[in-house]
Design a protein around this ligand. Structure first.
Ligand code: CA
Length: 272
């Protein structure tokens, strides 16, 4: 593996994978409230570009230039967001996503020259949260980082799971009604027959109207931690739920898709 030779160029702080656990923090620790980003990129020019932009915008960050360094640094430093190149010298970035997902839900934004849908799908299915195609604009990348940090902050603010939100026994929005006590969903007064998984998904979203819920969070809440369910299962269930509650699935009213991030239930308001 690498000797950590070119790591130190521009990062605000460097965490060489070779340091033993526990001493891998940067010398000057990040301020308590500041998010830490991990930039994984083997191309020094791109790494410098990203690093300079993060510096200029006040983001504390670490750098890694191989997959193994990235995994070690993610384990040691628990970054809040990982920016990950896929074409790494020692392993494919998708493997890095899988490795980090083995123990961590840290958001991973893939930054890659691979622009085929199949590459994006593979990375997202492996557990990446967002995908930026190279060449990228620094402005766009920073906007994705801000969006990811925003989602984290409102997820941290307590997502209500159906189990916790039992105080509320009914949900009404537009033509849609959910009676949580009875477990009955109606649309314009007619009962909608949902599978248990569709129902749990609808309950989770309806308890969190207005919040974007990430794929990872939905999978954990609806399918459970140990299920190993993947994004494909969520997409299939969302498709079948929409067929049952949306008049036009191509233009959903109730549940909005946030590509690469998750879903959000909207407040559609009164409607005859
Ligand atoms: Ca690369």
């Amino acid at each position: 593996m690498s000797q950590g030779d070119s790591l130190g160029e521009r990062g605000t702080a460097i965490a060489p994978a070779a340091r033993p656990a526990g001493t891998g923090r940067p010398d000057a620790p990040a301020p308590a409230a500041a998010p830490t980003l991990l930039v994984v990129e083997d191309d020094p020019e791109v790494r410098n570009l990203v690093s300079t932009a993060l510096d200029a915008n006040g983001y504390w960050h670490l750098c890694a230039s191989t997959g193994r360094e990235a995994i070690a640094s993610a384990a040691t430093n628990s970054p809040d967001v990982v920016l990950l190149d896929l074409g790494l010298p020692d392993m494919d970035g998708v493997e890095v996503v899988r490795a980090i997902r083995g123990w961590s839900k840290t958001p991973i934004i893939v930054v890659s020259a691979r622009s085929e849908d199949s590459d994006k799908i593979a990375a997202l299915d492996a557990g990446a949260d967002d995908y930026v195609t190279k060449p990228f604009s620094v402005g766009e990348l920073l906007a994705r980082v801000r969006a990811t940090l925003r989602h984290l902050s409102y997820l941290g603010e307590a997502v209500s799971s159906p189990r916790q939100a039992s105080a509320q026994s009914r949900f009404e929005d537009g033509d849609l009604r959910i009676d949580y006590d009875a477990g009955v969903v109606t649309l314009s007064g007619s009962e909608v027959h949902l599978t248990p998984t569709e129902y749990r998904l609808l309950c989770l979203l309806s308890h969190n109207v207005g919040k974007v819920l990430t794929h990872q969070l939905i999978l954990r809440e609806v399918w459970g931690d140990q299920s190993g369910a993947e994004l494909a299962s969520l997409r299939v269930t969302m498709g079948s739920l929409r067929k049952k509650i949306e008049a036009d699935t191509a233009h959903p009213r109730y549940i909005q898709t946030h590509v690469g991030v998750g879903y959000r239930m909207l407040e559609v308001g009164e409607r005859g």
